[in-house]
Design a protein around this ligand. Structure first.
Ligand code: ZN
Ligand code: ZN
Length: 168
């Protein structure tokens, strides 16, 4: 009989322990999700502060903040350089007017129609880089041009004619 009682008591203890463990885990999870929320808010604050630094608003930043901003600047610069390198390897270049990457050997930006001869860019030796060939049979509607056009290009790369009607 006393053995039975001990057993029952033990079982109750175990189930209470299990209940506590579940409750502890629930509370821990509650806190860690709130900690995650705080991290996201820190991230937002950081973005706001960084934006102020970029816009050179009338805000004075501490040495520590400036060091962190500088690290972001450096990383962003490295990312941009790498993107440029990836584009170059893809036979593309950056349009200085609209910031889109377009194929190398066109005279007008296929995204904004900017005339590339307006930009003082060094004529790059891109013979080793194969330009992406237009992947459709469409030609420029300008009778004097009739160059093949890049799929979904907004402007003809050869003469700058507006192509948006072609894709409607
Ligand atoms: Zn452009
Ligand atoms: Zn054209």
């Amino acid at each position: 009989m006393s053995i039975m009682n001990t057993f029952k008591k033990g079982a109750t203890n175990i189930s209470k322990k299990t209940k506590d463990t579940v409750e502890i885990n629930r509370l821990k999870m509650q806190n860690s999700s709130k900690e995650k929320e705080i991290k996201e808010l820190y991230f937002e604050i950081g973005k706001i502060a960084y934006q102020k630094h970029i816009e050179e608003a009338n805000v004075t930043f501490s040495e520590n903040e400036l060091t962190l901003f500088f690290q972001i600047d450096t990383l962003q610069h490295e990312i941009n350089e790498t993107e440029l390198e990836i584009a170059r390897l893809n036979g593309k270049k950056l349009c200085q007017s609209c910031g889109e990457y377009v194929i190398n050997d066109i005279k007008f930006c296929s995204s904004c129609g900017a005339n590339f001869s307006d930009f003082d860019e060094p004529t790059s030796n891109n013979e080793e880089v194969a330009a992406t060939a237009p992947n459709n049979d469409l030609i420029c509607p300008n009778e004097e041009c009739q160059a093949p056009v890049i799929n979904e290009a907004k402007f003809c790369g050869e003469c700058g004619t507006d192509l948006t009607k072609l894709w409607e």
